[in-house]
Design a protein around this ligand. Structure first.
Ligand SMILES: Nc1ncnc2c1ncn2[C@@H]1O[C@H](COP(=O)(O)OP(=O)(O)OP(=O)(O)O)[C@@H](O)[C@H]1O
Length: 884
C-alpha cells in the first residue's frame, strides 16, 4: 500500500518511512538512517520491529537471500536477553541498538550488522519494586523440560535471590499496608512464558545457535542464578574473615561452569593483589564479598550478551562484506533506550538520558540549526524559528575537562573518594550552571535540567558502576574453565579463541583415533585387559586427556568397533552422530569443543584434517607409529564414511572462519578494548564505563552523520501501559519537549527540498526553455514563466529552495512533459514507419506495372485493361508481396 508513494501522500505509517528510505537509498545511492526516539514505553522497539520486517519484505520482492530470516530471528533473541519488565514498560530495552541492514545495489538484503550500547548490568542483581530481571531467566525457568531442569539444576523462580527480591519489598505506594510484604507475580499479564521459551529457541535456531550451544547458554544462565544464591557469613566474631553459608551451592556452580570448586571458592572469598614482586591473598570483608559475587554474575551475563551479539553479527555477515571494494548501501535503524525518570535514578539513567540528549541534539541540528544556517548563508528571506537548544546540557555532562562525566572519572581514580566528595566536586565546578541544581535538603543527589524535564539522580553507586569492569581474578577463574564456551566468552581476541578451539579439537580427535586404534589392536590380539593401562599411559602424558571428552570419544569408538564397522545398517547410529548428539552438556562431549567454543562446524573439518593426517605430526612420530597407523586409518575411515553419510544435512549453516572473525573483530574493537585490558598481566587501567559509552555514542553520531536521516518520534499515550487510553497532558508534554511544535512550524514555513543550480537544471532539463543557464536569474525566469507560487520557493546564491508542494508540482509537470514527449516520439516513429511502408508499396506497384506491361503505365494504362488482364496479375504480385 505504501510502496513507492511520496511521504505524506497517505496517512502516516511506519511502513511509509521504511518505504521512502528504501527507495531513496536506491535512487540516490546514499545510506539512510532512521532514528527512533521517545520515552520509555512509547513504542520504539515495536516500531523498529515493524521497520525491519518491512525493510526485509521490500527487499524480498525479487529474491530472498535467506539473511532476512536471520535478521528477523535476531530481534527476539536480543530482546529475550536484553529486555526486561520495568515500571514504564513490560518489555523495556535495557540496551541500545543500531541495526544496519546492508543491501546489494539491486535492493536485495545482503547482510546486516547490530551495534549494541550499554547493557544495564545492575538489573541482573537488583531490581526496583514492580520490575523484573531479564526475560530469558523467566522463559527458561517456565519452559525447560524435566530433563533440562535436572541437567541445569534449575529451581523455582522464587528460590533465586536475583529473581525474588521484588517479592520481599514493601509496597510504598499504599500507606495502609506499608509494612506488609507484597508478593509480586513472576509473569506479566498476557504473557505465556512457556510459549515465549519455545519462540526463543526457534529464534535462536534461526540465528544459527545449535542445540548444543543453546544448552551451554542455558547452563550458564543457571550458573549465574545460582551464584546469586551464595550467601556469606563471618567466620568468627573476632576477625573479618568470611565463609559461605550455603556451601552446597558451590559444587553445582563449579559443575555448570566447569571450574575447580576450590578455585571458585578462592575467587569468591579472597582477593589477589600483586605488590612489588609479591602476590598477596587478602580475604574479602563481608560487604565486599557480596559485591564480588554480584560482579562475577554481572560479568558473566554481560560477556554472554556480548557473545550473543557477536555471533548474531557473524550469522548476519555476508562474505561480500569482507571485500573492501564491495559497494554497500545500507539503512540503519536506531532504537536506543528511551528517556527515563524513575523514583530512584542512578548511573544507568544518567547515561540513558545523556544518550537521549545527544539524539535530541542531532535532531535539532538537522531540523533547525543547520537548516536555518543554510538559509542565512544563501541569503534568502527567513524569520528565525526558536527551538530549545540543549548543547548547554550536553556540555555540562560531557565537555572536557570539567564536565560531570570527567569529574566522575577523576573521583573514580581516588581511593579515598566518597559520594559526598563527588557531589562536592560537582557543586564546586558547576554551581552557577543553569542546567544543574542541588537539592535543598542534604541529599546525596543532583538534579539535571534535561530537554525532557528535570531528573534527580542519586550519586550512590555512581563511582562503583562507572568502574564496574570484569575483575582480572574473575577473568582468570573463568579462563581456567574446561568449558571451551566459557573460555571463549572471556577471550580477548575472537580469532585467537577460534584458532585455539580448532587446534584443541584437532588434537582431541587425533588422540581419540589413536586410542581407538590401540584398543582395536588389543582386542584383536586378545589382550583386551591391557587396554586401560595403555590408555592410562597416554592420559598421563597429555593433560588434556583428563577432559571427559576423550572418555566419550573412546566410548564411541569402542562402540564403533563392537558394531564391526557396520555402516550399511538401515538406521546407523554413527559415531559422528553421537559426537554431534544433543546430550553434550552433561557428558561434556566433543561437540562442546568442536562447536560451542566458537568453532561451529570446524570440528568436522578438524576431523577431516585428522583423517588425512598431518604429515609433520606423523613424521615427528608424536602420536602415531606405523603399527597402529593402519588401525587408526581404518577407524578414521569409518568416521569419515559415516560423516559423509550423516553430517551433510546437519552441517551448521554459519561456520566460523578466520577471515570473517577478523573482520568482525576489527569492527567491534572499540567494544572489546576493556576486555583486552582486564587481564592480570596488563598494567594499564581500562577506560571507565562512561568513557566507553561516550566513545560508542561518538561513533554512532559519526555513522548517523554520513547518512540521510529520518526521524520517528514515538509518543507514549498513557503512563498506565493501557491500550486505547490517551492522556492529553502527557502527550502534549512530550510534543513540547521533543520540539514537535517547532518542527511542524519549520516544516510548514521552511523549504525541505534543496537543489544546487546545476542539479536543478540537469534534473528539470526537459521542462526548462532551451539554453536556460544554471544561474539565479535563469531559474527565477523559469519559475515566473510557469507561474510557480512565489511563497513556495526561493532562489538563493547557489541553491534552489522548494516546499514539498512545489516540488510535487514541478515533478508532475516533468512527468507530463516526459509523457508528452514520449507520445510525440511515438507519433513521429509511427509516421516514419507508415511512410516507409507506403513508399515501398508504391515502389512495388510501379515495378509490377513495368514488368507486366513494359512500355506502358500498367494494366489499367492508356491501353486500358479488362478483368482478364487483372487476373493474370495475381501470380506476379504474390511473390513480390511475400518477399516483403
Ligand atoms: N504500534 C503499536 N501497536 C500496539 N502496541 C504498541 C505499539 N507500540 C507500542 N506498543 C505497546 O507499548 C509497549 C511498549 O513499547 P516498546 O517496548 O516498543 O517501547 P520502547 O519505546 O521501546 O520502550 P523502552 O525505551 O523502554 O525500550 C509494547 O510492549 C506494546 O504493548
Amino acid at each position: 500500500m505504501y510502496d513507492n508513494h511520496t511521504l505524506g501522500k497517505l496517512e502516516p505509517h511506519i511502513y511509509a518511512v521504511a518505504d521512502v528510505a528504501y527507495h531513496a537509498m536506491l535512487q540516490r545511492r546514499k545510506d539512510q538512517c532512521i532514528v527512533i526516539s521517545g520515552e520509555s514505553g512509547s513504542g520504539k522497539t515495536q516500531s523498529t520491529n515493524f521497520l525491519i520486517h518491512h525493510l526485509t519484505a521490500l527487499s524480498q520482492k525479487g529474491f530472498a537471500s535467506g539473511v532476512e530470516q536471520i535478521i528477523l530471528g535476531a530481534g527476539p533473541v536480543l530482546e529475550a536477553f536484553g529486555n526486561a519488565k520495568t515500571a514504564h514498560n513490560n518489555n523495556s530495552s535495557r540496551f541500545g541498538k543500531f541495526i544496519q541492514v546492508n543491501y546489494q545495489e539491486s535492493g536485495t538484503v545482503r547482510g546486516a550488522y547490530v551495534e549494541k550500547y550499554l547493557l544495564e548490568k545492575s538489573r541482573l542483581v537488583y531490581q526496583e519494586h514492580n520490575e523484573r530481571n531479564y526475560h530469558v531467566f523467566y522463559y527458561l525457568l517456565a519452559g525447560a523440560s524435566e530433563e533440562e531442569r535436572k541437567t541445569f539444576h534449575l529451581l523455582q523462580p522464587e528460590e533465586y535471590h536475583y529473581l525474588n527480591q521484588m517479592t520481599k519489598k514493601s509496597n510504598k505506594l499504599h500507606w495502609d499496608n506499608y509494612y506488609e510484604s507484597e508478593l509480586d507475580c513472576f509473569t506479566v499479564e498476557g504473557e505465556d512464558l512457556k510459549h515465549d521459551f519455545e519462540r526463543l529457541q526457534l529464534a535462536m535456531e534461526m540465528v544459527g545457535f545449535l542445540p548444543a550451544t543453546r544448552k551451554q547458554i542455558f547452563s550458564l544462565l543457571s550458573a549465574i542464578l545460582l551464584l546469586g544464591n551464595i550467601r556469606y557469613k563471618k567466620k568468627t566474631y573476632r576477625d573479618d574473615s568470611i565463609d559461605i553459608c550455603n556451601p552446597e551451592v558451590l559444587p553445582i556452580v563449579s559443575e555448570l561452569l566447569e571450574v575447580k570448586e576450590e578455585v571458585l571458592l578462592e575467587a569468591l572469598t579472597t582477593r589477589k593483589t600483586v605488590t612489588v614482586g609479591d602476590r598477596l591473598i587478602v580475604p574479602y570483608k563481608l560487604a565486599e564479598a557480596g559485591t564480588v559475587r554480584d560482579s562475577m554474575a554481572k560479568s558473566l551475563y554481560s560477556a554472554l550478551f556480548d557473545w550473543i551479539v557477536f555471533r548474531t553479527n557473524h550469522a548476519l555477515l555476508n562474505n561480500r562484506d569482507l571485500e573492501d571494494n564491495a559497494k554497500i548501501l545500507s539503512i540503519g535503524v536506531l532504537d536506543i533506550f528511551g528517556f527515563e525518570d524513575y523514583e530512584n535514578n542512578s548511573f544507568e539513567q544518567f547515561c540513558i538520558n545523556f544518550a537521549n540528549e545527544r539524539l535530541q541534539h542531532y535532531f535539532n541540528q538537522h531540523i533547525f540549526k543547520l537548516e536555518q544556517e543554510e538559509y542565512r548563508a544563501e541569503g534568502i528571506s527567513w524569520h528565525n524559528i526558536d527551538y530549545i537548544d540543549n548543547s548547554g546540557c550536553i556540555n555540562l555532562i560531557s565537555k572536557k575537562p570539567t564536565a560531570l562525566l570527567h569529574l566522575l572519572d577523576e573521583e573514580c581514580n581516588f581511593p579515598q573518594a566518597t559520594n559526598q566528595t563527588l557531589l562536592d566536586k560537582f557543586r564546586r565546578q558547576h554551581d552557577a550552571n543553569r542546567y544543574i541544581e542541588f537539592p535543598a535538603v542534604m541529599e546525596p543527589a543532583f538534579i539535571i535540567h534535561h530537554y525532557a524535564g528535570k531528573v534527580k539522580y542519586g550519586v550512590k553507586d555512581f563511582r562503583e558502576k562507572n568502574t564496574d569492569h570484569l575483575r582480572p581474578d574473575i577473568v582468570a577463574l573463568l579462563k581456567s574453565s574446561k568449558k571451551a564456551f566459557i573460555c571463549g566468552l572471556m577471550g580477548i581476541d575472537p580469532v585467537a579463541t577460534f584458532r585455539w578451539a580448532v587446534l584443541r579439537a584437532y588434537f582431541r580427535a587425533l588422540v581419540a583415533f589413536r586410542e581407538a586404534g590401540s584398543r582395536h589392536t588389543h582386542s584383536k590380539t586378545g589382550s583386551e585387559a591391557a587396554v586401560p593401562s595403555a590408555a592410562l599411559k597416554t592420559v598421563d602424558s597429555f593433560s588434556f586427556l583428563h577432559h571427559p571428552v576423550h572418555q566419550r570419544s573412546l566410548e564411541i569408538l569402542q562402540r564403533c568397533k563392537e558394531e564391526k564397522y557396520s555402516i550399511t545398517r538401515k538406521n546407523p547410529r554413527s559415531p559422528l552422530t553421537d559426537l554431534q548428539g544433543t546430550n553434550a552438556v552433561n557428558e561434556r562431549g566433543s561437540r562442546e569443543s568442536l562447536y560451542a567454543g566458537g568453532c561451529n562446524g570446524r570440528g568436522s573439518r578438524s576431523l577431516r584434517l585428522a583423517s588425512t593426517g598431518s604429515p609433520t605430526l606423523e613424521e615427528d612420530g608424536i602420536f602415531l607409529n606405523s603399527d597402529k597407523s593402519k588401525l587408526l586409518e581404518r577407524a578414521q575411515g569409518i568416521l569419515l564414511r559415516n560423516k559423509n553419510y550423516k553430517s551433510k544435512p546437519s552441517l551448521p549453516k554459519h561456520l566460523l572462519d578466520v577471515k570473517s572473525l577478523r573482520y568482525l573483530s576489527s569492527v567491534t574493537l572499540h567494544d572489546r578494548i576493556t576486555k583486552s585490558l582486564l587481564h592480570l598481566h596488563k598494567k594499564k587501567k581500562p577506560p571507565s564505563i562512561s568513557a566507553q559509552f561516550q566513545a560508542s555514542l561518538n561513533k554512532l553520531m559519526e555513522t548517523l552523520g554520513q547518512s540521510e536521516p529520518y526521524f520517528v518520534k514515538c509518543i507514549r499515550s498513557n503512563a498506565e501501559k493501557l491500550p486505547l487510553r490517551f492522556n492529553d497532558s502527557l502527550v502534549l508534554r512530550q510534543l513540547r519537549y521533543t520540539g514537535m511544535l517547532e518542527t511542524v512550524r519549520i516544516r510548514q514555513s521552511g523549504y525541505s527540498i534543496k537543489f544546487t543550480f546545476q542539479h536543478f537544471v540537469s534534473h528539470f532539463l526537459i521542462l526548462l526553455p532551451r539554453g536556460t543557464s544554471p544561474t539565479k536569474a535563469g531559474i527565477r525566469d523559469f519559475f515566473r514563466k510557469i507561474h510557480l507560487a512565489p511563497a513556495g520557493y526561493q532562489v538563493g546564491n547557489t541553491m534552489v529552495f522548494l516546499r514539498e508542494a512545489e516540488r510535487q508540482h514541478l515533478q508532475s509537470l516533468l512527468h507530463q512533459e516526459v509523457l508528452r514527449r514520449i507520445a510525440a516520439l511515438q507519433r513521429r516513429f509511427r509516421a516514419v514507419l507508415e511512410r516507409k511502408h507506403f513508399v515501398r508499396m508504391r515502389q512495388a506497384s510501379s515495378m509490377i506495372q513495368v514488368t507486366a506491361w513494359p512500355g506502358t503505365r500498367g494494366p489499367l494504362g492508356p491501353r486500358g485493361g479488362g478483368c482478364n488482364q487483372r487476373n493474370r496479375l495475381v501470380p506476379l504480385v504474390a511473390p513480390c508481396l511475400s518477399s516483403w
